[in-house]
Design a protein around this ligand. Sequence first.
Ligand SMILES: Nc1ncnc2c1ncn2[C@@H]1O[C@H](COP(=O)(O)OP(=O)(O)OP(=O)(O)O)[C@@H](O)[C@H]1O
Length: 780
Amino acid sequence: MINKEKLPLLVLRDMVVFPGMIAPIFVGRTRSIQALLNAKIIDNDRQILLVLQKQPNQDSPNVQDLHSIGVVAKIIQTVRLQNNAKVLVEAIDRVKLDNIVSNETYLEAEYSVIPDKVVKDKGSSKILVSNVMELFIDYTKKHKKINPEIIDTIVAEIEKEPTNFSYITNVLSSHLISPLLIKQTLLEETNPQTRIETITDILTSGMAQLEIEQSLQQTLKKQIEKTQREYYLHEQMKAIQKELEVDKSDFSDIEKKINTLKLSKEAREKAENELKKLKLMNQMSGESSVIRNYLDILLAMPWGKFDKNKTNITTSREILDRDHFGLEKVKDRIIEYLAVLQRSKKIKGPILCLIGPPGVGKTSLVKSIAESIGRKYTKFALGGVRDESEIRGHRKTYLGSMPGKIISLIKKSKTSNPVMLLDEIDKMGSDFRGDPASALLEVLDPEQNSHFVDHYLDVEYDISDVMFIATANSYNLPRALLDRMEIINVSGYVEEEKLQIAKNHLMPKQFKMHSMKKNELSIDDAALLEIIRYYTKESGVRSLEREISSITRKALQKILSDKEIKNISVTSTNLEEYLGVKKYNFGLAEKEDQIGSTTGLAYTEVGGELLTIEALTFPGKGEIKTTGKLGEVMKESAQAAYSCFRSRASNFGLKYEDYKDLDIHLHVPAGAIPKDGPSAGCAIFTTIVSLMTKIPVKRTIAMTGEITLRGMVLPIGGLKEKLLAASRGGIKTVLIPKENVKDLKDIPPNIKDSLEILSIATIDEVLKFALTNPNFVVSS
Ligand SMILES: Nc1ncnc2c1ncn2[C@@H]1O[C@H](COP(=O)(O)OP(=O)(O)OP(=O)(O)O)[C@@H](O)[C@H]1O
């Protein structure tokens, strides 16, 4: 039924109000405010019609611009603001508008209430409601636009009236998030069941849309994350590249070296691999500095660099003669060796080893050899080397590891064919860290050393062009090493030679070193001889050189501190002024012939020595006791000499009773110095015989020779050194084993001339020469 009484019409721009709902409305348009003001009071309520305009953006819609279905509502509250108002309305019924008219200030219309159709199939509608409710809850939760508390209230209210389908659909419709037109359709639908279905459809499609949106959002989020990640990585890469850019020059240096150096194939591959690793590394890391160091060393090696072989034996001889006095035999041997080199360019044979006491010129000979063949000189001091890695290096993985000395010295000499002096090869030790001698064997073996691998370099380096020359003070070398080497004996010098060396080599050398002019200082021969005799005690000339150096310094100081002094001459009279009191007595021979004291001759690492052997008797059990740090061999030699004496005692007119209760104490002075070897046998025997027979031993005689129990004299070593010591010590006569006579040809004539050298084959002969009363032996 149409309600002919008109009600003012409030046109809504963008909302649909459903029956039963309370809604706040902002009213701004004048016509709307006028409509509000003219709301009619019906049943004690101010009532008004509400309708949606078709186009939300129209400011003054005409009658045809409005939907025909709306609601009649009561105004609960009105709040007037300055130019507009806020009104709270409660929709009462769905209405159809008729006869809409516009009076002066607002629209008004007649209306007829449209009741909802009665739902017949309540069962299925109930199911539909529970479905739609579930959907609604899901949808609103997902949508997140509706406050969860409101959802709870709606759900609670609906649960209160589960069969009021009109109410339920209106509530759900008003909370749907959907376009206005759809809402208007819902308002216009009078069948609640149809409305439920429509709402279900709307929610389902809304859900699907939401899901799509959400997955789209996620993809978008992922996309953004991916882009951000890529951006970040990109930036990081830029930073790394920038970092690398800085070091690029470093790498290019290394690359250049790898490409230009004459590396072996293996070394090139290794260098390239290491460089590859290095490029991928953090340049600040410890490992990268290990690799850098390694590459530095590997690429600093003189790959393929050789000094040109200038071997010419004539010039070599000249240089050796220029630098060294005497040593003819040694020089001959060296020249022979160099002759092979001149022909074959590479010596595959054994390496040279110069053996002799200190200061005899071994080192300077090697320097001269290097100079004479135009090669660099380098020295590997082996004294005290105990660790194999000093020769062959440590693996580069160890912290602070380094290549071995051989490789380091080659690198330092900047050529692959230097002359390398292996100094003091006899002083090499060995311990748990490995035996350096066996590593050295590999170095010296011409078959192996072209493939020498240093632990640090870890690639083969050909050292077969290096000329190794060893020096040693003694023959105390591992057998295998001795076999690899050609020994050249460099023995000591006699006084005359020392004098010549001092005048022609040491003095000019020291003068040059101290910038002393030739005419400013002179040391006469007598003074030099005194230095040799009283200030030095050596086979070589090292101390002599030191003393000359000390004189030069003192003379220089005098010249510089006193302008009056223009030159200085050092003679035997003023020598003490420069060198202080005499350090040694010349000639160790006894002042008088002694009972129980004999002079023996020893050969030590520092050259020949006079050895006094003395003995005493005292009551005892007929035993012999030895002191003076004697080695096992020397002790046994004393035992043998004593047994030999006892077996022959009757020859010397002695009865068993004479010596059976006597102990002998045999001592060799300079008790702190270890002594060993069998060559003092003769001297010990002579001492015992002299002691027991009370016949003195001639003071001017010295002897050397091993004895057997049966009284034979056996040969000894180091003859030249021993004769030199005898001549230095003021000895007149030397007894040497008969078998050593053949060695005399190697002894310089001046030594032979300065001594009476007698050969002995038996101990009887020894006694005949050594005792002051030789007839005694013969008569007995
Ligand atoms: N025959 C010689 N002619 C000239 N100078 C010599 C001669 N012998 C030695 N010298 C000089 O004596 C000094 C010591 O020699 P050098 O250092 O070569 O001795 P060495 O035998 O190598 O000793 P070490 O075994 O202790 O190494 C050097 O200055 C050297 O030039």
